[in-house]
Design a protein around this ligand. Structure first.
Ligand code: NAD
Ligand code: IPM
Ligand code: MN
Length: 364
């Protein structure tokens, strides 16, 4: 029996609504497989918790989370608590505290997913964005001088260490080599004359050890343009923390919307638990209406299954998402449907169960 302890941090807004569906899918897999077991422990951390207790998570929160095989997170941040507090004291604290330096975000257009671009084929949008997830523009370093005075100056410092830059770029090369795909580095060396010049140099240096990998290098502004005009240019993409944040919302927009964008925060050394979460936030504008699209949260479950080596199930979940999109009967309003969040989760489970029964009759 493969047993996994999952820490669930549903968080704020639509976080709990979409995670319930991801958990539903994991429980269905547990039942269908018979040899996989998930044990879920819910942590009530988030903005409500902050308003009650004056903190986003327990003081020994990271210590508590260390005992788990993975973390499944919904969304953090809600009006009423300043975003820089809620995010730095929970989401970013976990990403950094557990050295989850690889943020894997697929930008892949599934069949049946709405795409706002003209003349785009499904295979034209099929990339994996590897976002540096531990430092860079998110180093949290800076200063606020002469507050309120006419000479007020605010500094926000990006930190690009040799170790941090090399390891993310190397991870990207390894993946590109394994998948026989091209690798594109996205940076901004023309304007950011320290950090991004360094990034570009490291990309070239590390690349020398991967002569089999075809590489490209883009400035981030041009890359944003090509994401829209010719997304087929990109396969594996490696980029900094902030650029990766922005480009993956753009990626979501071209590949079906925020409701379909998934992400994994990985600590490749497996010294600490990795964390799986949708790319989207707490969506205060639709929270509590039971209309949030859970497919991103369910896609993150597919990434979690891949991470644990259950890649057949990971693929099955992705295929089931695609079937639900193609069938178009159980989709939320952001996908042009009328279904409630839970109906989408039920539909994914129904596809998985049906396929599984067919397999029992004629095993492949
Ligand atoms: P958001 O991603 O929450 O929402 C942007 C838009 O996309 C909204 O119109 C929303 O309704 C829509 N949307 C998002 N997810 C959806 C889904 N699953 N189904 C249907 N529609 C969906 O971004 P925002 O409004 O800029 O941020 C809201 C809060 O969430 C802020 O506090 C922000 O800091 C936080 N946030 C958290 C995370 C995270 O926890 N990983 C990510 C992004 C934003
Ligand atoms: C994301 C989010 C976070 C980020 C915020 C909420 C801090 O936008 O996961 O994409 O910028 O990483
Ligand atoms: Mn973001």
């Amino acid at each position: 029996m493969n047993s996994y302890k999952i820490a669930v941090i549903a968080g704020d807004g639509i976080g709990p609504e979409v995670l319930a569906e991801g958990i539903k899918v994991l429980k269905a897999i547990e039942e269908l497989d018979g040899n996989i077991h998930f044990e879920f422990t819910h942590f009530p951390w988030g903005c409500q918790y902050y308003l009650k207790h004056g903190k986003m998570m327990d003081d020994d929160g990271l210590e508590k989370l260390k005992a788990y095989d993975a973390i499944y997170l919904g969304a953090v941040g809600f009006p009423g608590v300043p975003d820089h507090i809620s995010l730095w004291d929970l989401l970013l604290k976990i990403r950094k505290g557990f050295d989850q330096y690889v943020n894997l975000r697929p930008v892949q257009l599934l069949e049946g997913a709405p795409c706002p671009l003209k003349d785009v084929k499904r295979e034209d949008i099929n990339m994996i964005v590897i976002r540096e997830n531990s430092e860079g523009e998110y180093a949290g370093a800076g200063d606020w001088l002469f507050k309120g005075k006419p000479e007020e100056v605010v500094l926000q410092t990006g930190v690009f260490s040799r170790k941090g830059t090399e390891r993310i770029i190397r991870y990207a090369f390894e993946l590109a080599r394994k998948e026989k795909k091209t690798l594109t580095s996205i940076s901004k060396g023309n304007a950011l004359n320290y950090s991004m010049v360094f990034w570009d140099e490291v990309f070239v240096e590390v690349g020398k050890q991967y002569p089999d990998v075809q590489t490209y290098s883009y400035l981030v502004d041009a890359a944003a343009m090509f994401f829209v005009k010719q997304p087929q240019r990109f396969q594996i993409v490696v980029t900094s923390n902030l650029f990766g944040d922005i480009l993956t919302d753009l990626g979501a927009a071209i590949a079906g919307g925020m409701g379909l964008a998934a992400g994994a925060n990985i600590n490749p050394e497996r010294k600490y638990p990795s964390m799986f979460e949708p790319v989207h936030g707490s969506a205060p504008d639709i929270a509590g209406k039971a209309i949030a699209n859970p497919l991103a949260a369910i896609w993150s479950v597919s990434q979690l299954l891949d991470f644990f080596g259950h890649s057949t199930w990971g693929k099955e979940v992705l295929n089931a998402i695609e079937s639900v999109l193609v069938e178009a009967k159980n989709l939320t309003p952001d996908m042009g449907g009328k279904a409630k969040t839970s109906a989408v989760g039920d539909a994914v489970v129904a596809v998985l169960s049906k396929k599984s029964r067919v397999k029992e009759i004629s095993p492949d």
